[in-house]
Design a binder for this molecule. Structure first.
Ligand code: G6Q
Length: 550
């Protein structure tokens, strides 16, 4: 069982609150003036990545307060429970072992007394052999052509992770393979993808833990019909449809051969499943060896998280800094801005990982929580965001802590773009912190020769208060391994936040609700009878929909 303690009632929490009150009397620029070595002291290296916390409200005293709180809340015990297979997903009575999928040690990992490593190894071997067969052309389509197109059909955790990774690792793409991800039940999504692929050269991966999700099954059946319109014989399905699921019965019912099924287990949460067979689309896109590299990167982060003292523990610090902004500085959102087009799906991925895990309002003992839990996670790649919402970051009224993520090396042919991109990355974090003072703005306006009256009119609008905190992640190269490190750091950040907030991070009853609701209204839309079972707004909208569609 995980510890249960309202953090806000502890002495350590009050000490941290008090500490922040006094720390906020200073600006970030003051903190750098007081200690010009902040970068050396507050930036950390892991694998080929530097994580710089120094542009945050953070001093050694802050870190000491964080550690005190962690000790008070027995965080070490929770971390051990995560890694050792304790059923810490208590409301679903499950262990949470995505870390086991990338564990390269020789230690047993027990669930209900059984070592799960042989099962993991078996599925990995199946993935490896299958990937090899597809790439080498041993696995051919029904007209004996090689597979050229991979279409992953899944949603939420069965889509966002593999899609984000496949996009990020485009430079590692297997020659001759093009991958697509279909998630939305809106018919445009699948139909647009089908326009780009050829049935005889396409492999559909139906990725669904439950194999009952409405959107995925609708897309899967439509893909199946489309395929059969061309192949004309159900016996050909075997070469073009594989399933990733925990639900063998439903997979067989769909018509996928059991040999074409890649299993995973209830101890892998959907949003943490890219490391499991759900990563098959990744392996097929970038090769199995690169998929293994991704896992090895996550393992580096796992070891770091499990064994590094809190003072130097990157995910722990990420979590505590973010929590402190929410609880002691009034932040309600966090922005994640990757200065990398390849990472353009990172923010949506993190949105799910963070908000689905910690968007809860009930404490572990079932009582309501009276403090904020997950804030809103949002963002877009830089530099695009600069030409859009950065206005609010620089001059808005809210405190929005930011994660800036940049990659040093690029592998495209336009090498001269990279310093331009990176100069924006450095400039923005600096400008958010330092702002632009009245004196500087005045000097600029005077230089332009403006009259005093005009200067006075414009001055307040052109001043930037600065003092906006950010964390910078500088990654040497976006390799599978470094990406694995980055993702796992965020996963552990989320876990720490859930522990400190005394909530359960690994269930998602809000998502389950959506799945129930979707099936309730559909028969009403399909029936000709007037709908009167809802409130007047819902009834009215449904009736209008029925009229309009005629
Ligand atoms: C993830 C969530 C959710 C889930 C999707 C798809 O943690 O539970 O996003 O992944 O609803 O579910 P299936 O994989 O069962 O289709």
């Amino acid at each position: 069982m995980l510890p249960r303690q309202n953090p806000t009632t502890t002495v350590a929490w009050h000490l941290l609150a008090k500490h922040y009150l006094s720390l906020r009397q200073h600006t970030l620029v003051d903190l750098f003036q007081q200690d010009p070595n902040r970068f050396d002291k507050l930036s950390y290296r892991i694998e080929k990545m530097v994580v710089d916390f120094s542009k945050n409200y953070l001093t050694q005293e802050t870190i000491d307060c964080f550690v005190k709180l962690a000790r008070t809340l027995n965080l070490n015990q929770s971390i051990e429970a995560l890694f050792n297979g304790t059923r810490i997903n208590e409301t679903e009575d499950r262990a949470v072992l995505h870390t086991a999928l990338r564990d390269l040690s020789n230690t047993k990992i027990l669930v209900d007394g059984n070592d799960i490593r042989p099962d993991i190894a078996r599925v990995k071997k199946q993935m490896k052999q299958f990937t090899h067969k597809v790439h080498s052309g041993t696995w051919l389509g029904y007209t004996k052509k090689k597979i050229k197109y991979i279409v992953n059909i899944g949603i939420g955790g069965s889509d966002l992770g593999p899609q984000m990774v496949t996009e990020a690792l485009k430079p590692f793409m297997q020659k001759g393979i093009t991958s697509y991800f279909v998630s939305n039940v809106d018919g445009y999504h699948l139909s647009q993808v089908l326009e780009h692929v050829k049935p005889a050269e396409t492999l559909f991966i139906i990725a669904s833990k439950t194999f009952t999700t409405q959107e995925t099954m609708t897309n899967a059946y439509s893909a199946r019909s489309w395929f059969l319109q061309h192949a004309h014989n159900e016996k050909h399905i075997v070469k073009h449809f594989v399933a990733i699921s925990t639900n063998k019965q439903e997979v067989v019912k769909f018509g996928i051969a059991p040999d074409n099924m890649f299993v995973f287990w209830d101890w892998v949460g959907g949003r943490f499943s890219l490391w499991s067979a759900i990563g098959l689309s990744i392996a097929l896109s970038i090769g199995y060896k690169n998929f293994e590299e991704l896992l090895s990167g996550a393992y580096v982060a796992d070891k770091h998280f499990r064994f590094t003292p809190f003072e130097h523990n990157i995910p722990f610090l990420m979590a505590m800094i973010s929590l402190s902004y929410t609880h002691f500085c009034g932040a309600t959102a966090e922005v994640v801005i990757p200065y990398s087009q390849l990472l353009h799906r990172l923010t949506p991925y993190l949105q799910q990982a963070c908000m689905e895990s910690n968007g809860k309002s009930v404490a572990r003992d079932g009582t309501p929580v009276h403090y904020p839990t997950s804030g809103v996670i949002w963002g877009e790649p830089g530099t695009n965001g600069q030409h859009a919402f950065f206005q609010m970051l620089h001059q808005g009224t809210s405190l929005i802590p930011a994660d800036f993520i940049a990659v040093v090396k690029s592998h495209n042919s336009l090498q001269h773009h990279q310093p331009i991109l990176l100069s924006n990355f450095f400039a923005q974090t600096e400008a958010l912190m330092t702002g632009k003072s009245e004196a500087v703005v005045r000097a600029e306006l005077e230089k332009q020769g403006l009259a005093e009256l005009m200067i006075q009119k414009l001055l307040p609008h052109k001043v930037f208060k600065g003092n906006h905190p950010s964390t910078s992640f500088l990654i040497e190269d976006l390799t599978p391994k470094n990406l694995g490190v980055l993702i796992a750091l965020y996963e552990h950040k989320i876990f720490v936040q859930g522990c400190v907030l005394n909530i359960f991070s690994f269930d998602q009853w809000g998502v389950e609700l959506g799945k129930q609701l979707a099936n309730k209204i559909l028969p009403e839309l399909l029936s000709a009878k007037p709908v009167r079972t809802h409130d007047s707004s819902t009834n009215g909208l449904i009736q209008t929909y029925k009229k309009m569609r005629k």
